[in-house]
Design a protein around this ligand. Structure first.
Ligand SMILES: Nc1nc2c(ncn2[C@@H]2O[C@H](COP(=O)(O)OP(=O)(O)OP(=O)(O)O)[C@@H](O)[C@H]2O)c(=O)[nH]1
Ligand SMILES: [Zn+2]
Length: 359
């Protein structure tokens, strides 16, 4: 590959991982700051690094971070990034270096409690559909409503999978369909494979899905089935980002090879994403702030008293909650300085420090 801006049609591998016009545009924008960076998708997040799906295959990469000024632009699973190839100190080996996170289509953010403070943490990005898994024993309309709302807030499409169809009793299926949830309800049995055809529209080539739901709903069973069936159909496990069999250790983006059910979709597996209870308004507001921050006059705007601050302007227009901005600035101040990983040890709280707003 050259440093010319590649067209999606010249990137068949990446296209299979969801690369399209939007990503090409985002890459062009990133190149204004980081000339010549190449596109890749984060397919694995590990403790000390990343794996990227590049046009040339899966490769390890590092993210130097540090000069970042945005709170949420740590690369996460599902992200598209612009990378460069750097010589390692020994000169021989080449290491990929993530230079920029390309503009995201959407983001899943949760608030994490750090000591007495709340901080947003991005869990995944660029997810088209979120399958919310439940089962007959666990059916809870109100809870599912909250899930649906949270997924919609993150600008992905929610689809409810009513798993363990074989255990459904009485008129549960009818009641579930009639519950008035703002999402399709698909009855399936992950164990036997019954009903999985209905997943097909969401599992088209290049589409990204994520599975959430509380423990025991059958997320692993479904994941294994999608991976396993695909493996049986193609006779090959080589296309997986992982070891073939599904084990939840890292945040991983699997490519589901073509099967009866999947047209070659991408499946994000992230243990942290499974517990939806943590997504909230605050996360969404933080995201909105970062989007707006791109329009601030100064790239390192702290959204305090700087002239030309798009975030303050939005507050004045009544479009953003002032308290949210306060909480954001507080969290940002917290992360400024050295280091870049989420695992960074927490700085002890200063005396008189205000707590983040919590509902
Ligand atoms: N009867 C029935 N049981 C199922 C079905 N699918 C999964 N199970 C069972 O449900 C249990 C939980 O399934 P898992 O796939 O481990 O659930 P999970 O959502 O991944 O759970 P965590 O890993 O704890 O988050 C297992 O004993 C499965 O065998 C189904 O279609 N019917
Ligand atoms: Zn600003």
């Amino acid at each position: 590959m050259t440093a010319e801006l590649p067209a999606p049609s010249d990137l068949p591998t990446l296209t299979a991982f969801g690369y399209g016009e939007a990503q090409a545009q985002a890459l062009a924008a990133a190149r204004e700051t980081f000339p010549g960076v190449l596109p890749a998708r984060v397919s694995r997040v590990e403790r000390n690094g990343y794996r990227l799906r590049t046009e040339a295959g899966e490769q390890e990469a590092v993210w130097p971070g540090g000069r970042r000024h945005k709170l949420l632009d740590v690369p996460v699973i599902g992200d598209w990034v612009g990378y460069s190839v750097a010589e390692s100190p020994e000169g021989a080996q080449q290491a990929l270096r993530i230079e920029a996170v390309l503009a995201r289509q959407n983001t899943f953010i949760r608030s994490v409690q750090k000591g007495r403070r709340t901080q947003p943490q991005v869990l995944a990005a660029n997810v088209d559909t979120v399958f919310v898994m439940t089962s007959p024993e666990e059916w809870d309309t109100e809870r599912l409503e909250r899930y649906v709302q949270a997924v919609q807030l993150s600008q992905a499409q929610p689809v409810i999978l009513l798993n363990k169809l074989d255990l459904a009793q009485g008129d549960l299926l009818e009641r579930a369909q009639a519950a008035g949830l703002d999402a399709p309800v698909l009855p399936i049995a992950a164990e036997s494979g019954q009903g999985l055809d209905a997943l097909r529209p969401y599992l088209a080539a290049g589409k990204t899905v994520a599975l959430i739901g509380s423990s025991g709903m059958g997320k692993s069973t479904l994941t294994n089935r999608l991976l396993g069936e695909a493996a049986a159909a193609t006779g090959s496990l080589s296309d997986f980002s992982g070891e073939g069999r599904h084990t939840t250790t890292w945040r991983t983006l699997y490519r589901l090879p073509v099967s009866e059910v999947s047209g070659g979709a991408l499946l994000i597996d992230n243990p942290g994403l499974r517990d939806i209870a943590v997504w909230d308004e605050e996360g969404a507001a933080f995201w909105a702030i970062e989007e707006l921050a791109a329009e601030c006059r100064f790239s390192r705007c702290t959204h305090g008293r700087e002239p030309g601050c798009a975030v303050r302007a939005a507050v004045l227009r009544g479009e953003l909650d002032e308290e949210m901005v306060g909480a954001y600035r507080e969290a940002q101040g917290d992360q400024a300085g050295a280091g870049n990983r989420a695992e960074r040890p927490e700085r002890p709280a200063r005396r008189g420090e205000k707590r983040s707003r919590r509902r």
